[in-house]
Ligand binder design. Structure first.
Ligand SMILES: Cc1cc2nc3c(=O)[nH]c(=O)nc-3n(C[C@H](O)[C@H](O)[C@H](O)COP(=O)(O)O)c2cc1C
Length: 203
């Protein structure tokens, strides 16, 4: 299986989220080809005027691009095709300000391209990632359970994006790390969820 890991772990060696990602990597049993993007080292590109025109002209207008336009959108294309070709994509990041960190959104804005990750038929969009799987590993201080669930915008936004891209098989792995007493329990529970996913998907 081709696994693509996209991580943003600015806490480095102290990262709670890295603990879960490392656990996943250690527990997968089969041989997989694993590619890893560390967004701290390779920041995803942001559209500028030229790349935006290129994207609209080509992906929405079906037009040929000039060499200059091709060059402008090439970094997005590279990431988008890499994403498209993965059998399993794993995101790992901490919750920041009740949502995904901006750099994760920037990565998504670079990869989610019409004609590559979704298409439109009669003005309705259809995601093209239905054959791939996705695991979203994240941690936060808060637990965001029961009536506080609506405050977990990381889950809300990721679910919208994953549904839009057509993923059917996706899982969220979350641990609340804010309370020193319960942290261990939450991490252990998240690890159990990871074990369950590995078993279910035969990874
Ligand atoms: C800039 C910043 C913003 C944060 N925002 C939130 C938040 O909105 N809600 C929350 O529950 N925790 C928040 N946290 C706490 C982290 O999500 C939590 O400590 C997480 O486990 C950190 O993961 P890491 O150790 O992998 O960086 C924030 C932490 C930082 C540094």
């Amino acid at each position: 299986m081709k696994i693509l890991i996209v991580k943003y772990l600015p806490s480095g060696n102290d990262s709670n989220t890295a603990e879960l990602l490392d656990y996943f990597k250690l527990r997968i049993k089969k041989f997989h080809s694993i590619e890893e993007i560390d967004l701290l080292e390779n920041q995803p590109p942001i559209h500028n005027q030229l790349s935006m025109i290129a994207y609209k002209n080509r992906n929405f207008g079906g037009k040929e691009l000039t060499d200059e336009q091709k060059k402008a959108i090439e970094p997005m294309d590279k990431l988008s095709l890499q994403f498209k070709n993965a059998d399993l994509i794993v995101f790992a990041y901490p919750m920041h300000n009740f949502s995904i960190p901006g750099i994760i959104k920037t990565y998504l804005d670079a990869v989610i391209q019409k004609t590559i990750l979704f298409k439109t038929i009669n003005n309705e969009s259809k995601g093209l990632m239905g054959k791939s799987k996705f695991i979203n590993i994240y941690t936060s201080m808060g637990a965001y359970d029961r009536e506080y669930g609506f405050m977990d915008n990381a889950k809300v936004v990721m679910k919208i994006e994953l549904d839009f891209m057509g993923f059917v098989d996706y899982e969220f792995v979350h641990a609340s790390t804010g309370n020193a007493v319960t942290r261990k329990i939450h991490i252990a529970n998240a690890q159990k969820i990871i074990d369950g996913i590995i078993q279910k998907w035969n990874l």
